[in-house]
Structure formats: C-alpha cells, structure tokens
Design a protein around this ligand. Sequence first.
Ligand code: MEV
Length: 305
Amino acid sequence: MITCSAPGKVYLFGEHAVVYGESAICCAVELRTKVSVEKSDDMIIESVLGRTGLDHEIHPYVSHAIEKMSQLADIQGIRIVIESELPVGSGLGSSAAVTVAIIQALNHLYKCGLSLEDIAKTGHEIERMVQGNASPTDTYVSTMGGVVMIPQRKKLDLINCPIVVGNTHKFSSTKELVSNVSKLRSDFPSIIEPILSNIGRMSIVAEELVAKGDYETIGQLMNVNQGLLDAIGVGSSELSTLVYAARNSGAISAKITGAGGGGCMVALARENNAEGIAKAIENAGGEAIITKNTEEGVRLESFHG
Ligand code: MEV
C-alpha cells in the first residue's frame, strides 16, 4: 500500500481574478489530505463521502484521476482510502489536494515516472473536467507547497506568521461562484474588469512585501482585496461576520479565501494573538483552525510492499 498526502491552501490575494489571467498569491497550509492506494480485485473508493466504485457524482476528482492515470498504466482494480484534515467544498483546496495526492500515489504504485510539473498539470486538467473554468492555482500550490505566485509559477518566501482559518460551514459551489462572476463581468465589463485587474495588481505589489516579511502592509492590502471580493458578489453575511470577528480581535488582516459564498475566511495573526482570534471566530459561530504555511507540497508518506 502506498500513502501520499498533499496540502490545502489559502489565498493571500487573487481568487477569482486569477481565472482571468490576473496574478494571485497562494500559500500552502499544514492541513493535508492523505490518500492510500493498493491493488485489489475491485475498484473501491472510500472517504467521508461514502464507499463507491468509480463514481463521478460522489467522487468526481478521484474517478477522473483514475481514468486519466489509466492512460499511462494498466489499472485494473484498486482500493483507495481518503482521509482529510481539509473540510470539503470550503475554499481550502480540498479537491486539489485529493486530486494531487491520488495522482502521486498512482504514479508511485504504477511507476509512471511523472514529475511534479506533470502532476500539477494533470491535476489542473482534472479540476477543469470537474469544475469547468478552473485556474491552475490550487493544484500547483498543492503539488509544490510553499507560497506561490500564479500564473508566474514563482515561489516566494514562506509566510512566517500564524494563519487562522474560519469555516462558516456553509457549503459553496466553486463552479457556481466562478460562473456568477463571469456573468457579472460580461454584463458590466467596464466596471468588473478594472476590479479584477486591481485584485491582480495587489499580488504584484505584495511580492516585494512577502520578501521583506512586511505582514502589516500585506494585511492592509488583503483587507482591500476583501472589499473587492464583496464587490464582485462572492461575499456572504456568514463570511463577513467571521472576517469582522477576526479583525476586531486584533488580526492583521481577514478576508475570504477561495471561491467565497460560504466556505472559509483566512486571517493573518501576530505571534501572540492566534488563540484570541480563533476564539472570536468560534464565538461568532465559525469553526476556527490555527495553522501555518508549509514548504512541503505533495509527499510520499509510506510505502508497504
Ligand atoms: C477557488 O479556490 C479559487 C477560484 O479563483 C477558482 C480558481 O482559481 O479556479 C475562485
């Protein structure tokens, strides 16, 4: 049995804008999805979502990944067990993490010889099959780890402050939110396009701030990014409640991460106030997770037999 894991991510800047080629800065976090794979007589996929065979409704990413990898290897029966620290459909990149981890596990099991670049590319193709208009951000960051600027695929320095995630527990569909933004953009191009390009410009400005470790200024810009995400209609009262709870309890910054609508927000904390921010998020009705940036992307956890 082979076990691989891949991390989730938070966006410091650029969700939605990145779909239109603008820059984004995304940060892998130490919350991982683990996928174990072994050869078997049947095709079995087990996760919190249920136990199925190839199933494009319940396990779309894994099923597409198996089909895609079948073009490189003779995959007959396999048993796959998925365990995740990442809540599903919450903006933390759970779908990218499971996709990247399964590709790497099958890559090892069938000795396909895929490089990390190949894995990120294949992961992106699978996200596009399931989601439609998906950017390469989530799959690239989950594969490579660290802090990454997209579309430049440039690794930046690690973010050295505590990261607090607040989960609204409200499900959101990335596909639907991306399509709502696309409609708004085509209805009001002269208004929405400048908003998206201003979001993109924040990443360009922030690149140097990340190198300097200037989290206060990064935080200021993240808060501006939050306002622009609200402007393009991907906010919600649940997200705003957690964003303001975090800011009012001393967070450097707080904004939506991922597609929005529901899902998660992210706050940057100072060394001494992550616990206080987490408590404020919980008191406001969210689930808080304190985490940190990780340099490690997809990795082999164990290999038996
Ligand atoms: C979703 O995690 C981020 C979006 O920008 C979509 C994408 O990049 O594919 C909303």
